[in-house]
Write a protein that binds this ligand. Structure first.
Ligand SMILES: Nc1nc2c(ncn2[C@@H]2O[C@H](COP(=O)(O)OP(=O)(O)OP(=O)(O)O)[C@@H](O)[C@H]2O)c(=O)[nH]1
Ligand SMILES: [Mg+2]
Length: 359
């Protein structure tokens, strides 16, 4: 009978040392890849290695269960799954917002919920309930309180069914489950694509499933190496970077994204990024030469080594109030004031969303 890795769910094998699920002897509980992540923190993961998103959804649909949809608040746009109800026909969905700790403390939970409700309405996604979770990197009162709410929601919505934790890669599914089960059996890493197949966790009379991350190929997190992921993923609360501008300005988020703001008068730009990602600000007229001369040198981390290979987005319209320019997986700029035009350049395939401000 096939045996599966307790950490990532992949079938164990002892024939191909380069293949997934390799173990020197089949009596092991964890594959070599999980062993390396768990003991040395070395990650040899690739988003494409797990089961396909469609296959994951198909497997989830065969289970008679309630879906707990795990959504990272910091990378909210990249964590959304379009047409989710259609992809999970007949399934009840409870949304769990994670990583609350990295958003500013001054932002109230009420405001977070009202923002999320509005975005769900715009996307046409229906959920039974929304919970806010986070602080899970610490074993403190706050995280315990959050986990208790998730545990209570499981009992409330499960009825007689099983429970499936699903969501995009890196949203924090395995972390919540490890804490809920008070075990460290599931493998966790900052690299998207850690869990590779469904993992059944037997409870008293029912099963909770962990699952691999669903499609977020438009997130910059899927293409960064482990060192750069450490730079762009916040672990401390993000500190808003506020700047007043009176003339056209250009912002560089490392060498990963460039924001050009053309103004008609006074405007405000606030950056919400990991504290370790350098944000450079300068005059728009100097930006081309800055990028030509300093990309992959002063402007790091980067994926592209030339502006020419990057894709340009243009804000379709400038709204009256505050507008967020979200670079999927990386963070966002919040713009307000007398703005005429906004352009964003990022690696091809990485999505940029213009939305009503979250904060
Ligand atoms: N700041 C913060 N980080 C968290 C929290 N929960 C999880 N993380 C981090 O998020 C990253 C991803 O966590 P995982 O639990 O592996 O995420 P996953 O959804 O299982 O990811 P895949 O298996 O790749 O689909 C890890 O680096 C965690 O430490 C939280 O509450 N706060
Ligand atoms: Mg996981």
């Amino acid at each position: 009978m096939a045996k599966y890795c307790k950490g990532c769910g992949i079938a164990l094998q002892n024939e191909d040392p380069q293949g997934l699920g390799f173990v020197p002897t089949l009596d092991a509980n964890y594959c070599q890849r999980c062993y390396k992540i768990r003991h040395y923190g070395t990650v040899t993961v690739n988003m494409q290695q797990g089961i396909e998103s469609n296959q994951t959804l198909e497997k989830i649909n065969t289970i008679d269960g309630v879906v707990f949809w795990i959504v990272d608040l910091f990378t909210f746009e990249a964590s959304l799954i379009s047409r989710l109800n259609q992809k999970l026909p007949g399934k009840e969905i409870v949304m769990v917002l994670t990583k609350r700790d990295v958003l500013p403390k001054t932002l109230s939970d009420e405001k977070v919920l009202s923002f999320v409700n509005e975005r769900l309405k715009e996307e046409g996604i229906h959920v039974k309930d929304i919970l806010i979770c986070g602080y899970l990197l610490k074993n403190d009162e706050e995280s315990t309180k959050n986990l208790l709410q998730v545990a209570m929601a499981i009992q409330k919505y499960r009825q007689d069914k099983d429970v499936i934790f699903m969501g995009v890669a890196n949203a924090g599914k395995s972390t919540i489950l490890n804490r809920l089960m008070a075990s460290q059996s599931l493998t966790i890493s900052r690299h998207p694509g850690t869990t590779l197949d469904l993992i059944p966790l037997e409870q008293d009379g029912y099963t909770i499933y962990d699952s691999p991350g669903i499609e977020n190929h438009h997130s910059i997190l899927t293409i960064l190496n482990p060192k750069d992921l450490k730079t762009v993923i916040p672990v401390k609360p993000i500190r808003p970077l506020v700047s007043q501008i009176f003339e056209d300005q250009s912002y560089a988020a490392g060498g990963l994204a460039r924001l050009d703001v053309v103004v008609k008068g006074k405007a405000t730009v606030v950056g919400y990024f990991s504290r370790s990602l350098p944000i450079h600000r300068g005059k728009l007229k100097n930006a081309d030469s800055l990028w030509q001369n300093h990309l992959n040198e002063m402007l790091v981390p980067c994926v592209d080594t030339s502006l020419l290979t990057m894709h340009t987005y243009h804000a379709p319209m400038i709204p009256e109030g505050k507008m967020d320019v979200v670079i999927h997986g990386l963070g966002w700029f919040c713009l307000s004031g007398s703005i005429q035009d906004v352009y964003v350049r990022v690696h091809k395939g990485i999505q940029v969303t213009f939305r009503k401000a979250m904060i």
